[in-house]
Design a protein. Sequence first.
Length: 255
Amino acid sequence: MVRQANSSRGFEPFTMFPGNYECGTITQVVNNFKPQLVAWLCDAFMVPWIAQKKKEWKDNPKTLFYFPVDSDDIYLGMDETLASVDFRVAMSRFGHNKLKKETGLDSYVIPHCVDVQTFHPLANRDQLRKDNGLDGKFVIGMVGRNQSRKNPQRLLYILKIFFDNHPDAVAMFHCDPYDPMSSTGKVDMYKHAKEIGLNDHYPGRNDCPNCRLRFTGYNMGNQANPPTLNTIYNVFDVHALSTTGEGFGITTIEA
């Protein structure tokens, strides 16, 4: 089913086709849609099939890969995938230099970024914190999906150790506490927080001083728009992300 893409900002200027990283429908879409350019924005290990699938495309469209490099190595298969596209575009100068040094492949550089007109400090930050019962608190925030790769459960254990020594600190998570992609089999983060002693109540209560982990109230079916997300960032003192790996880590830049 082909559908017009939409988001909290309204209709997006693109059309969505069904598919996934396993390349099941891409040849059909490319041959029917006949694009002049096919582009990817993801980690290269997710799409190792590019060179093979290109052989099935009728009109030989150009290909572009906008890629991140977030560590001091080029993982196995990355050079083969990036070598198979016409245009390589690095998200950072670091990524450009690292790819060139390790593989000899050249690339353009377009820095990944965020809209500073949307994500910025607010003048009423102190009032926002007061309105949310955070006045005088040190607020550790987390914005990220409750899934195995982001691994916010690891952050819960870190927070427990930190909170034992800092009674003025609280945490605020912007994620779905019931996300089915949650790691370690803990599909209910409210329950997990109570089990390890972060919260005295299940679910946690913002009016309880012994409930140190709070949630913004959004979930997978009710996501915050960018201005609301900026307000959430503004009540944090620090943004913490205990991820096992990020392609770029957009929420860290937003914060």
